[in-house]
Design a protein around this ligand. Structure first.
Ligand code: DX5
Ligand code: ZN
Length: 219
């Protein structure tokens, strides 16, 4: 069980402080949401921000690209210090080739599906990826409500992994709280992204502890 705080909800004027704070509180990955204003209706962080954060944490940088034709940005994110790059199946006509591009950078490669996309779409690449990210909200903004109908896809991915001996981590992203995390862990998820639940709390370290406790109690 891994906790990946999303810095989308951090204080952008104090990113170094907010990254160090969650690292000291026991976070496992730093989740970085890149949005292009096209694939989603919001504009956020690019490779320059990844590069700026890189010297300030030892944690893996988990870069979630909500951009059209992510192939164009994969080399820049890799050079900036990304350890994991996840790309949306809906954002490219060439998901297999784009996954290979990430792997050729010698970093971890992941595929993401929106709430309205089925697992069937990504079945051909499940043997190639290190991570599958199941969006539990429609991407674009922090602070949205968890979509329950995504739980079946987490279960499906967990059983496909077992059946075929795949090695991917199952990550969930959106609306994660100390309550929804229990449903996700019971469905088979391994990595939990949380933005507003952590950074909107007056004590982000305590929020991370609550998420970890909820995980431990759920298994
Ligand atoms: C949503 C982003 C998420 C977002 C999650 O498009 O991919 O990573 O930061 O925020 P919360 O945890 O507030 O739902
Ligand atoms: Zn994300």
């Amino acid at each position: 069980m891994k906790i990946a705080p999303s810095i989308l909800s951090a204080d952008f004027a104090n990113l170094e402080r907010d990254v160090k704070l969650v690292e000291q509180a026991g976070a496992d990955y730093i989740h970085i949401d890149a949005m292009d204003g096209q694939f989603v209706a919001n504009l956020t962080l690019g490779p320059n921000v990844v590069q700026a954060i890189r010297p300030h944490t030892k944690l893996p940088l988990d870069c979630h690209l909500m951009v059209n034709t992510p192939e164009k940005l994969i080399p820049a994110f890799a050079r900036a210090g990304a350890d994991i790059i996840t790309i949306h199946a809906e954002a490219t006509a060439h998901i297999h080739g784009a996954i290979q591009m990430i792997k050729n950078e010698n970093i971890s490669a992941g595929v993401v599906i929106n709430p309205g996309t089925s697992v069937d779409v990504i079945k051909p690449v499940l043997g190639d990826v290190d991570m599958v990210l199941v969006m539990t909200v429609n991407p674009g903004f922090g602070g949205q409500g968890f979509i329950e109908s995504t739980l079946g896809k987490i279960q499906e991915l967990a059983s496909l992994r077992e059946k075929h001996g795949y090695h991917y981590e199952i990550e969930v992203d959106g609306g994660i709280t100390h309550e929804t995390i229990i449903k996700c862990i019971q469905a088979g998820a391994d990595v939990f992204v949380a933005g507003s639940y952590i950074y909107d709390d007056e004590n982000p370290a305590a929020a991370i502890c609550r998420l970890k406790d909820a995980c431990h109690n759920a298994v």
